[in-house]
Design a protein around this ligand. Structure first.
Ligand SMILES: Cc1ncc(COP(=O)(O)O)c(C=O)c1O
Length: 366
């Protein structure tokens, strides 16, 4: 089966992990700190705080900003569940806005009407590895004194106007789940240029311990292991190579599929560097074509996925959310049309050609 996503693990990665296992220092050690330093350096931010997953990174960001009951946080309707669930866990109300039909990122034109005195933060999600239009988000946030929390879970290495995402708002959350641009097994990080916020996230991720067994905040255990950090550190050395590999394979898809009128391909805005964490196409519908294409590919040994089949406003458990008036026509449509094709650094060019050939033959005989 050609997998839709897969981690790209080398012998060096394995050696780095084994070295940590031999060292006997599996947590709280030197490697975790080194990973944080290298990640911050790569992103051009002052602080990176490693945590146990991307959800924890989002949640700790909310808590460190003091987001709580009575506050509203604006999030796009079309994203992974955690972007909104962490707002609810913090005790605040997610306010959903629609997405742009070409980049699938937050529709900035809806922000102006949806922000209020209660809006504490806006969370642009750099979905699929393409940056959201941060100019629009940041200017509204600045005008109104609202925090920008970038959800960079899918977008390590993506750039907005030549600058890496993760340092363009007040705080940012990354995920290093195995499908992401680098992995630590499970893992995540909070990045920020603000010393106070980084210190608070560090406290909160570790039971609010200021010194050993002395607790000044009501925190949790949301730390990353040194086993994960060693893997992340090793992967980080190849992050640019892996992103360029993704971009190269994406170009093959784009060339192969660009004549198909039934398919809308991912775009890369002139101000963006897309990392193609996911290569997601839009299948024009004619009686369930998207699902039939997925089925056809699966029968021919190709895995695909739908990111995401149910937008947030239709999730049964997200009952406490508010919606912008214009939300959520585009996200509803997207959920019926999008399909992610295999793309990861370990994929061979001939695999991409094979998948493309299958897609072309599917539409030829449909
Ligand atoms: C956009 C987005 N936000 C947040 C997360 C949460 O990250 P994690 O799975 O590491 O908790 C993910 C993970 O898939 C994601 O894609």
């Amino acid at each position: 089966m050609i997998r839709v996503s897969a981690p790209y693990i080398t012998d060096d990665d394995i050696k780095a992990v084994v070295d940590v296992l031999h060292s006997g220092m599996l947590a709280f050690g030197r490697v975790g700190e080194e990973f944080e330093r290298e990640l911050a350096r790569y992103l051009g931010v002052k602080h990176a705080v490693a945590v146990c997953n991307g959800t924890a990174a989002l949640y700790l960001s909310m808590r460190a900003l003091g987001v709580g009951p009575g506050d509203e946080v604006v999030v796009p309707d079309f994203t992974f569940f955690a972007t909104a669930s962490t707002v609810l866990h913090a005790g605040a109300t997610p306010v959903l806005v629609d997405i742009e039909p070409d980049t699938y990122t937050i529709d900035v034109s809806q922000l102006e009407r949806v922000v209020s005195d209660r809006t504490k933060a806006i969370v642009p999600v750099h979905l699929y590895g393409h940056p959201a239009d941060l100019d629009g988000v940041v200017s509204i946030a600045r005008e109104r004194n609202i925090y920008v929390v970038e959800d960079c879970a899918q977008a390590l290495g993506a750039e907005f106007r030549g600058r890496k995402v993760g340092g363009l708002g007040y705080v940012a959350a990354f995920s290093f789940y195995p499908t992401k641009n680098i992995t630590t097994g499970e893992g995540g990080a909070v990045t920020t240029d603000v010393d106070y916020t980084a210190d608070l996230v560090k406290l909160l991720r570790s039971h609010g311990q200021k010194s050993r067994y002395y607790h000044v905040e009501l925190g949790w255990n949301m730390r990353m292991t040194d086993i994960g950090a060693a893997l992340g550190l090793s992967q980080l050395k190849r992050v640019e190579e892996m992103i360029e590999r993704r971009r190269k394979l994406a170009r093959v898809y784009l060339e192969e599929l660009n004549t198909l009128r039934q398919v809308r391909l991912p775009v890369e805005k002139p101000w963006a560097r897309h990392t193609y964490n996911l290569f997601t196409i839009w299948v024009e519908d004619s009686g369930g074509a998207r699902d039939r294409l997925a089925d056809f590919l699966r029968k021919n040994g190709v895995e695909t996925a739908i990111h995401y089949p149910t937008p947030l406003h239709r999730q049964p458990v997200l009952t406490g959310v508010r919606k912008a008036r214009e939300c959520c026509r585009v996200s509803d449509e997207a959920s019926k049309h999008v399909l992610s094709l295999p793309l990861h650094p370990g994929l061979r060019e001939e695999d991409v050609l094979y998948v493309s050939k299958l897609i072309k033959s599917f539409f030829r005989y449909m």
